[in-house]
Design a binder for this molecule. Structure first.
Ligand code: ACO
Length: 447
C-alpha cells in the first residue's frame, strides 16, 4: 500500500471551558501571565460525568458515524492516553462496545505520557504496511483529561480526544523518514495511583522538550533535506503543553538553522545571533538564556505566524490534551488551510515526558480519483465543523472550574459511585458515566 496515513479525523472536546483571563484574576497572578505568558485563551474541563473511556468513545463515535464507516471495516483499534483509570483494562476494550459484532480487532492502549497517540499511530501505519495487513482500516484515538494540582501548572491543563481513520491513499500520509530522541528523566510522571495529578518539574520538562526539538529537527533534516531549513516546511505542528512553548520551539528551529551553518544560513540569522556563535556558546547551555530567547522570539515571529499559528489555534482554546494535543493541532491546521494544504510539507514534532520524542512529516495530497469514499482535507475540515463546535461551548467561572476539579479529586477511584453532576454538563451526543458499581465496572450511556 502507498501513501499510508490519515484518511479522516474527528475530535471530541468538552462543552465546558474556563477563560484564562478570569483564571488570572481568580488565582491572583499578574495580569497576562496565562494569556501572554503561557499563550492560552481558554481551557476545557470535565467534572465527574466523563473519563478517558467516555471521551475516547465520543471521538470514535463521531468519526465512525460522520464518515459512515462500518464497524466490520475496522481491523485495528489503537489508543494513546495517559489518563489511566485501570492498571490492566485498556480503553481500547471499552471502545469495542461501538464495534457491534466485529470482534476481530487488533491493537491495545499505548502509554508514555503525551507520546501514546503518536505510538498508536505509528503502530497502525506499520500494521497497514506489513504482511499481516488484511485490507481493513485502522482507527487510532488519542486523548486525555489533563489536570494539575492547584499551582502554576494548573492553567496548562485541558481535555479532549482525536479519532483518526488510517489507511492507504490518504490525504495526510506520513513520511517514512523520522527521527526519535528518548532519554531517562523525571520531568513529568504519575507515581501516585490514587491521584490524577502528575508530579511535575515544569521547567525541567520545558528544557527536555526543547532539547528534543533540537535533536529531532536536526537529524530529521539531515535524513531528508541536508541543506534544508525552516523554509523546507510550509507548516508545522508541535506537541503543545501550552502555546508559549510552541512559540519557543519555532524560535529554536531558527536557532538550529543558525548553529548548523552560522555563515551559510539566512543573513538575518547570522546578523542577529552572532553573539551566540556555537564556537563561543555551546548550544546545550542556551535553554535558559533570556537574551537568546528574546532574540529568537523576534526573529521567528513571521515564521510562527505563517507556518505554525494555523495549527496552534485549537489548543489555545482547549488547552493541553496530552496524547491528543499534536493531533488536535493537525486538525486545526486542516480546518484553517483546507484543500490548499495539498502539495505542502508539514513538519510534525511529538513529545512525551519521561521522555520520548519523534519528528516526522506529513505530505498532504489529493487522493486518487478511484478512492471511494473520497477522503480529502476539505472533507475533514467540513466534517469537523470546528468553529461552530467551539463557539457553542459554555464558559464557566473559575469557581465552577475549581469545584469540578475538586469533585474529580475527591471521587477519584470511588466505587460504587453515581456521578452527581447533571447530564446537561455533557455535550449532546457524547458518552458519559452513568454509574460505577461496587466491582468498579463503569457503565456508559450516550447523551
Ligand atoms: N504577562 C506576560 N507574561 C508573563 C506574565 C505577565 N503578567 N507573568 C509571567 N509571564 C511569563 C514569564 O515571563 C514566562 O515567560 P517565558 O517562559 O518566556 O520566560 C511565562 O509567563 C511563564 O512564567 P513562569 O514564571 O515561568 O511560570 P511558572 O513557573 O509559574 O509556570 C510552567 C510555568 C513551568 C510551564 C507551569 O505551568 C508548568 O509546570 N506546566 C506543566 C508542565 C508542562 O506543561 N511542561 C511541558 C512539557 S511536558 C507536557 O506536555 C505535560
Amino acid at each position: 500500500p502507498q501513501h499510508v496515513g490519515i484518511l479522516a479525523m474527528d475530535v471530541y472536546f468538552p462543552q465546558r471551558c474556563v477563560s484564562q483571563k478570569d483564571l488570572e484574576v481568580a488565582d491572583g497572578v499578574s495580569e497576562g501571565k496565562y494569556r501572554i505568558g503561557l499563550g492560552q485563551e481558554r481551557m476545557a474541563f470535565v467534572g465527574d460525568r466523563e473519563d478517558v473511556n467516555s471521551i475516547a468513545m465520543s471521538a470514535v463515535y463521531n468519526l465512525l458515524s460522520k464518515y459512515r464507516i462500518d464497524a466490520e471495516q475496522i481491523g485495528r483499534l489503537e489508543v494513546g492516553t495517559e489518563t489511566l483509570i485501570d492498571k490492566s483494562k485498556s480503553t481500547k476494550t471499552h471502545i469495542m462496545e461501538l464495534l457491534g459484532a466485529n470482534s476481530n480487532v487488533e491493537g491495545v492502549t499505548c502509554i508514555n505520557a503525551c507520546y501514546g497517540g503518536t505510538a498508536a499511530l505509528l503502530n497502525s501505519v506499520a500494521w497497514i504496511e506489513s504482511s499481516a495487513w488484511d485490507g481493513r482500516y485502522a482507527v487510532v484515538v488519542c486523548g486525555d483529561i489533563a489536570v494539575y494540582a492547584a499551582g502554576p501548572a494548573r492553567p496548562t491543563g485541558g481535555a479532549g480526544a482525536v479519532a483518526m481513520l488510517i489507511g492507504p491513499d490518504a490525504p495526510l500520509p506520513l513520511s517514512h523518514e523520522r527521527h526519535s530522541h528518548a532519554e531517562h528523566c523525571w520531568d513529568f510522571y504519575k507515581p501516585e495511583m490514587h491521584s490524577e495529578y502528575p508530579a511535575v518539574d515544569g521547567h525541567l520538562s520545558n528544557t527536555i522538550y526543547l532539547r528534543s526539538v533540537d535533536v529531532c529537527y536536526n537529524h530529521f533534516l539531515g535524513k531528508t533535506t541536508p541543506d534544508g531549513s525552516v523554509r523546507t516546511f510550509d507548516y508545522m505542528c508541535f506537541h503543545s503543553p501550552y502555546n508559549k512553548l510552541v512559540v519557543k520551539s519555532v524560535g529554536r528551529l531558527l536557532y538550529n538553522d543558525y548553529v548548523r551553518s552560522p555563515d551559510g544560513c539566512a543573513p538575518e540569522l547570522s546578523k542577529a545571533l552572532g553573539q551566540w556563535h556555537p564556537d563561543s556558546v555551546a548550544p546545550s547551555t542556551t535553554y535558559a538564556d533570556r537574551g537568546l530567547d528574546t532574540a529568537l522570539k523576534k526573529l521567528s515571529a513571521d515564521v510562527y505566524n505563517a507556518k505554525c499559528a494555523p495549527s496552534a489555534a485549537l489548543s489555545k482554546e482547549i488547552g493541553n490534551s496530552y496524547t491528543g494535543a499534536l493531533w488536535m493541532n493537525l486538525v486545526s491546521l486542516v480546518h484553517n488551510v483546507r484543500s490548499a494544504l495539498e502539495g505542502k510539507r508539514v513538519f510534525m514534532f511529538s513529545y512525551g515526558s519521561g521522555s520520548v520524542a519523534t519528528a516526522f512529516a506529513i505530505y498532504p495530497r489529493a487522493p486518487s480519483a478511484a478512492q471511494n469514499p473520497a477522503f480529502t482535507c476539505q472533507a475533514i475540515a467540513e466534517t469537523i465543523d470546528l468553529q461552530n463546535r467551539l463557539s457553542s461551548r459554555a464558559e464557566m467561572s473559575p469557581a465552577e472550574f475549581t469545584a469540578a476539579l475538586l469533585l474529580r479529586e475527591t471521587t477519584h477511584g470511588a466505587a460504587p459511585y453515581v456521578p452527581i453532576e447533571p447530564v446537561e454538563t455533557v455535550t449532546p451526543g457524547a458518552f458519559y458515566i452513568h454509574e460505577i458499581n461496587s466491582a468498579h465496572h463503569r457503565v456508559y450511556v450516550q447523551r
